[in-house]
Design a protein around this ligand. Structure first.
Ligand code: ZN
Length: 152
């Protein structure tokens, strides 16, 4: 098996027309958007692990980082680093996690490459995180706070 034939198993695999993130990118599904350019998009996770939990995705459909070129992967992580500053400012957090899951075994739920930016506070150090329900209005309010913090 050569490198281009290697695949990661994911039962959540769907064609782009049924992909939730592609539908968000095409504005067929709502999302609280934080950032968008010709190649990437960032929006609030609808079941956040913490207030401010943001997802950063390439617009081009691909399941894992193996479906991206190295410059595309670099661009994705560079953007996530930039967005993380707004997330930290908007939530007054002390640190953040990047979580980037590839494949079902890694708990990848949406089979479209994405980086989770999860802000954390010092008092949460070492704690297990659970998803916290949020209303769409709360997510939108947070997306505005992050955009303001980024000056965009
Ligand atoms: Zn997709």
């Amino acid at each position: 098996m050569n490198e281009t034939e290697m695949r990661i198993r994911n039962s959540a695999s769907v064609p782009p027309e049924r992909c939730v993130f592609c539908q968000i990118i095409a504005r067929k599904l709502p999302a609280a958007l934080v950032y968008e350019d010709s190649d990437y998009i960032a929006f609030m996770d609808r079941s956040p692990f913490n207030e401010g939990h943001t997802l950063v995705c390439p617009k081009k459909h691909g399941e894992t980082v193996w479906d991206m070129t190295e410059p595309e992967i670099g661009g994705l992580f560079a953007l996530a680093a930039r967005i993380s500053k707004g997330v930290i400012k908007a939530t007054n957090s002390d640190g953040f996690r990047f979580v980037q899951n590839n494949g079902e075994a890694a708990n990848q739920v949406v089979a479209h490459v994405h980086i989770h930016i999860i802000p954390v506070k010092l008092e949460e150090k070492g704690q297990w995180m659970d998803r916290k329900p949020a209303t769409f209005e709360q997510l939108q309010e947070m997306s505005v706070r992050i955009k303001n913090a980024l000056g965009i």
